[in-house]
Design a protein around this ligand. Structure first.
Ligand code: ASP
Length: 329
């Protein structure tokens, strides 16, 4: 069946992204890369390609860019090493693939897809995942390939902050047991797409969170938390403080609210964010439903995001509505 509409929606992470912190040149680089990612995925959909292929292609563009917290430019863990997680889900079959704790695979999203297509499993981690990649002839890169100076500075700052609460007698109690850096806590990338055949797919790729404990895995590779896709409802990718997205079973929540309660995509996404925020979490998601409706809500000051749907203008945004300068009268 040919669907009348098709398109995709992407994010490059949510967090404390303020206009004052982005130089015009850096903002232009982000916008250009988001646009390139959208154009890459959209071209495939336009030619009749599968949503799964468009998701991989759009995410690879961001994994290869140092701007985002995925692939090259990923954040570092407490040991100064990049550990990468990714997942992908096919909304047509509900098949999924995920990888976690990779240290040498250039494009984790590609390996997640191979887990989906070539194994009877859903998730492979660490050495086992990399051994699987070796069997498939993947190119291995040194961990230094992922590491950038900017992420090194963020890790140094997080380590410094970590020492602070202990030294303060009246430190506010917090559930976060490790210090991370606010300005770039996030930066994960993700994509949700609808193809001309009416099939939905979603994927997410990340370096996790700066200064995370060695071996920590967040929501991004967890199906039903950071990634979810089902043809009957929607496809989505989340970004934010992963522990809260796992605990609220975020991605599946959105889909279940649509399927069981009959909610439309926008109210379902808003409700899932409310439930996640009630636990104390921050972040957002991008999602598309089978009619081509797109949402990109978040409860952080900003989220790198964009969409391109047939018959509608391409949109790329960074800041939250509340942060826009007031319109002049
Ligand atoms: N959700 C990711 C994680 O917790 C981080 C992010 O979205 O930037 O690993």
């Amino acid at each position: 069946m040919q669907s009348t509409t098709y398109g995709l929606v992407i994010h490059g992470g949510a967090g404390v992204i303020l206009r004052k912190d982005l130089t015009p040149a850096l903002e232009a680089r982000y916008r250009a890369k988001l646009t390139e990612s959208l154009a890459t995925g959209y071209e495939m959909l336009e030619r009749g390609g599968a949503s799964l292929d468009a998701v991989v292609a759009a995410i690879k563009v961001m994994e290869d860019s140092p701007l985002f917290n995925a692939g090259h430019g990923a954040v570092m863990n407490a040991e100064g090493v990049c550990e990468l997680d990714a997942s992908i889900m096919d909304g047509r079959t509900l098949e999924a693939g995920a990888v976690a704790g990779l240290q040498h695979i250039r494009n984790p999203i590609a390996l997640a897809r191979d887990v989906l297509e070539r194994t009877p499993h859903i998730m492979l981690i660490g050495d086992g995942a990399e051994a699987f990649a070796r069997q498939l002839g993947y190119e291995f890169v040194p961990n230094a390939y992922f590491q950038t100076e900017r992420r090194r500075r963020q890790l140094a700052l997080a380590r410094k902050l970590e020492k602070r609460p202990a030294g303060r007698p009246k430190a506010r109690p917090t559930r976060v047991t490790f210090a991370t850096v606010d300005d770039n806590k996030y930066g994960t990338v993700g994509c949700a797409a609808l193809d001309r055949h009416g099939n939905l797919a979603a994927g997410t790729s990340t370096g996790g969170m700066t200064n995370k404990q060695y071996g920590r895995v967040g929501d991004s590779p967890i199906i039903g938390a950071g990634t979810y896709a089902k043809n009957a409802t929607c496809a989505l990718s989340a970004t934010g403080h992963g522990e809260f997205f796992i605990r609220s079973v975020f991605g599946h929540n959105v889909s279940a609210l649509m399927e069981y309660k009959g909610l439309a995509l926008a109210p379902a996404a808003a409700e899932a964010i409310r439930q996640m925020a009630r636990l104390g979490g921050t972040g957002g998601l991008v999602a598309i439903d089978r009619h081509g409706n797109v949402v990109m809500p978040f409860n952080t000051p900003g989220m790198y995001r964009g969409s391109r749907v047939a018959g509608r203008a391409l949109s790329v945004e960074i800041f939250g509505a509340a942060r826009k300068p007031p319109a002049s009268r």
